[in-house]
Design a protein around this ligand. Structure first.
Ligand SMILES: [Zn+2]
Length: 161
């Protein structure tokens, strides 16, 4: 893990598994109001990691904004299935989604981004999802999302800022 700070903002780059040993949980996080977390190198999260993660977010000071970038698919899953995994108002700026070719079973991942491929609900407007049209690099057939679209985007309904 490494991080840089700027006033009340901190940008953290996480690496490896999120478990009992993750250094992230040692950062004096209550000193920051804007937390940007890059998770591109996170490999997995175990149950102790989930527990530590939640107690870490509980230590945020009031009104702290968390932005999560390049979340691996496993982390987005946690956000969706573990109630309270991220504080209200957290933004998932991007995450890595798996796609599958139905003709030749070739698998690809693609980074999906907020305001490009999906949008949080704002005011009276519902959330939006615009999946990219991907073509299989092996056989040129269209690729399909290898996930339940409504399920993986459930996090979009959580936000209210
Ligand atoms: Zn194919």
């Amino acid at each position: 893990m490494n991080y840089k700070t700027n006033g009340d903002a901190i940008e953290i780059f996480l690496e490896g598994p999120i478990s009992e040993k993750t250094e992230l949980f040692d950062v004096k996080i209550q000193n920051f109001k804007n937390i940007k977390l890059n998770l591109s190198k996170v490999t997995f999260i175990n149950s102790i990691g989930v527990k530590n993660w939640i107690s870490w977010t509980v230590r945020f000071s009031l009104g702290t904004k968390l932005v999560m970038e390049e979340c691996p698919y496993v982390i987005v899953n946690q956000v969706n299935i573990v109630h309270g995994f991220v504080p209200k108002g957290t933004v998932i700026a991007s995450f890595i989604a798996p796609f599958l070719c139905e003709s030749c079973a070739f698998e690809m991942t693609m980074k999906l981004e907020n305001d490009v491929h999906y949008k949080y609900a704002v005011n009276q407007l519902p959330h939006e999802v615009h999946l990219p049209d991907l073509t299989c690099t092996k056989c040129a057939s269209p690729m399909e999302p290898d996930f339940m679209v409504e399920k993986i985007f459930s996090f979009l309904k959580e936000k209210a800022v």
